[in-house]
Design a protein. Sequence first.
Length: 202
Amino acid sequence: MPAIFSRSHAERPLGSVCNQAHNRMSEVSMATSTVVPVKEYLRNSYRPDRDYVDGEIQERNLGERDHADLQSRFVFLLCLPENAAYVTARSELRVQVKETRFRVPDICVLRKDTPREQVVTQAPLLCVEILSPEDTMLRTRERVRDFLEMGVREVWVVDPTSRTVTICAGTTAVEHTAGELRVPETPIVLALSDIFKVLDEQ
C-alpha cells in the first residue's frame, strides 16, 4: 500500500494530527447539522464550489499557490491538441456520484463523446485530486471511494509536497514517484517531471 494511505501520524502529508482530529469531530457532528435539500445546493453558487454529501455542504481545501499551479498545469496538458482529441478536461465541475452526493474534483477528465451536462452524471474516465496541507486521510479516502464506486476508472491523488501521484483503481492504490502516467482508455501519457516542473517556476 502506498505511503499516502499507510504513513504514521508523524509522517502523513495530509495536515497535522490536530487538524485531522478537528475534522473528524466535524464529521461526527454531521448528524446534528442542518440538512440542505439537493435542489437548494444545485441552485446556489459557492466560491470556491463545495461538495454536497447526504444533505451536508462540505468546504474543499483550496487557495494555495502549489494547488492552483498544479491544477492549471493538468488542464493545460490534457487540453493540448494531441490530447484534446480523446478527452475533455475541466476544473471545478460538479459530479453526481450518488443520488444524494455531489463531488467537485480538482480536475474531471471525460471521454470526448460524453454528452454535455451542466452536472456530470456519467462516470468520468479520470478524476484528479490535488492535496492541500489541511486534507485528512479520512476525507481523501472517502472522496476517492465515491468516485470509484460511481464507475470512474482511475483517481489520481497528487501530493505537491512529495511530488508523487497515487493512482487509485478498483481496490488498488499505487504511488508513483517518477516515470509516466497514462490516462485510461486513451494513448495520453503525462510525464511526472513535466507535471511537477511548474512548482519550480517563479
